[in-house]
Design a protein around this ligand. Sequence first.
Ligand code: ADP
Ligand code: MG
Length: 238
Amino acid sequence: MATVVFRDVRKAFGSVEVLHGVSFDIEEGEFVVLVGPSGCGKSTLLRLLAGLEHITSGDIMIGERVVNALPPKERDIAMVFQNYALYPHLTVGENMGFSLTLANRPKAEIAEKVGPAAEILGLSNLLDRYPRQLSGGQRQRVAMGRAIVRDPQVFLFDEPLSNLDAKLRVSMRAEVKNLHQRLRTTTVYVTHDQIEAMTMADKIVVMQDGIVEQIGAPLELYDSPANLFVAGFIGSPA
Ligand code: ADP
Ligand code: MG
């Protein structure tokens, strides 16, 4: 687990700046939801934290370390995407352990990590199946399992549920939260769905057009929105 700090983070693609000085702190073990309309810069901020894009100016810290120049591998972060691509020719267990296989970890160690992760996610009796034999929700769990086995300091989720149907989305929200309650890993969860933000977050960061409009607990934002944008965005159903 670790704290995460964004300090006046700016990001430009060519001459176009898309993040205009974003600053906020995430406490150790906190579940923070980044919410805002499509195109406001949520994924870019996550990708900067993961090291998949270079920061233009400002600082990002994970724990005590400024990670601006660190390659993704050295940041101790695991990311779950919207389009979770599982390897079709690998079993559930092999998919979950794949990053450890790549890192040449011994088989016994991989099994030791995959077993408990599968148990947490209710996948223990599916370890020998192939992705095509799984439901959408089960596949999503395998994608989370891949992240868990790495035992990262920070979990990043980028709209992980947006490909699922409405009913499954609701139950998966609860599963992600259960997972967090068990592991207490610092988590940054991106969504454009207000309900998801309100029901899942310890703390919500509301973004619009590359800036942070307000940060607070769900009820704080609901009761005392800082401006009309936040009021409209948080207050109105999707
Ligand atoms: P969100 O995840 O909130 O929908 P993004 O972070 O994906 O928003 O995008 C923020 C802005 O940055 C958008 O205007 C998008 O078009 C732009 N953008 C994102 N990635 C790139 C890129 N690789 N090159 C140029 N522009 C990009
Ligand atoms: Mg996005």
